[in-house]
Design a protein around this ligand. Structure first.
Ligand SMILES: [Zn+2]
Length: 287
């Protein structure tokens, strides 16, 4: 039985008109300036991410990250906190992190970590919950500027903020008809390909390459670029970063490229979106 309609019809006409005026006043069309958001436009998070609890994804990622750090430490491959490159990475992260919450309120409670792993691998990642790692190879071989580091870091942080791993787990749950996702499957989807990390993550024997969809990659490029711009890093570094990646791939393919393919289309997309983020960068530099 529909009781809403008779109720509405009994409302005094004056009240109904007032209500309609209120709705119109609050609609986006009536308030374009208040509603419009500066920066890139990538829409909301995927509904698939809702299928798996965020806290369990973040907890598993935290465990996997800790395990990886331990394995690096055992090999004397974990950057000490007074290592200049560790300091540099942490300083850049500190500038970017305040802008993360706007993309995901959970990030307010994340226990962010930034570590450097001594390895020739050209790779970096940010696992769910804000667990960041850079391999020394990406800094050394590509001779990244701070702006370029910020673009890589922003990109990886964006994957975590947009919950792309959680989304993939949700999609897998649907695909496999699994009501509950076991640890092994979760592990395959959380973060790092152990084959890319000098065997540092060998603890999880069944890990697979985590390769996000093109849409996720494009989102991470744009959101990452905005994060970096707001933090005062030149978003044009996105172009030079991908040019360096491209040049490095003339020899052996950098690991980061194996999960982040097709440099030219990325550069075009980054260039197209520069006008949206350059004002944010200009303001951050003045501020
Ligand atoms: Zn990516």
């Amino acid at each position: 039985m529909n009781i809403a309609q008779p109720f509405t019809l009994r409302l005094p006409r004056r009240l109904v008109l007032q209500g309609m005026a209120l709705v119109l006043a609050l609609s986006p069309a009536a308030l374009p300036l208040a509603i419009a958001r500066e920066g890139v436009d990538v829409g909301g998070n995927s509904a698939f991410s809702k299928l798996v609890p965020a806290d369990s994804v973040e907890r598993s990622a935290g465990q996997q990250y800790a395990q990886m750090l331990q394995q690096a430490a055992d090999k004397n491959a974990l950057g000490a906190k007074d290592n200049p490159q560790v300091r540099r990475l942490r300083a850049i992260a500190k500038n970017i992190i305040p802008f993360a919450v706007e993309w995901n309120p959970r990030a307010r409670d994340w226990r962010w970590e930034v570590n450097l792993i001594g390895s020739k691998q050209v790779n970096a990642f940010c696992m769910p919950g804000g667990k960041i790692a850079f391999y020394s190879g990406i800094l050394e071989q590509l001779k990244l500027s701070d702006d370029e580091v910020a673009m890589v870091m922003g990109h990886e942080i964006a994957h975590a903020l947009r919950e792309h791993a959680r989304e993939r787990m949700g999609k897998s749950a649907v695909t496999h008809g699994a009501a509950r996702i076991g640890g092994a499957l979760a592990a395959t989807l959380l973060g790092v390909d152990p084959r890319l990390t000098d065997g540092l993550a060998r603890g999880g024997a069944n890990l697979l390459t985590l390769q996000f969809s093109r849409t996720d990659e494009s989102e991470a490029d744009l959101v990452g670029m905005e994060l970096a711009a707001r933090a005062g890093y030149n978003p044009k570094a996105g172009v030079t970063l991908w040019q360096k990646m491209g040049a490095a791939s003339q020899g052996a393919t950098p690991q980061w490229l194996s999960t982040h393919p097709s440099g030219n289309s990325r550069i075009a997309e980054i260039e197209k979106n520069l006008p949206k983020v350059m004002p944010l960068y200009a303001r951050a530099r003045r501020g």
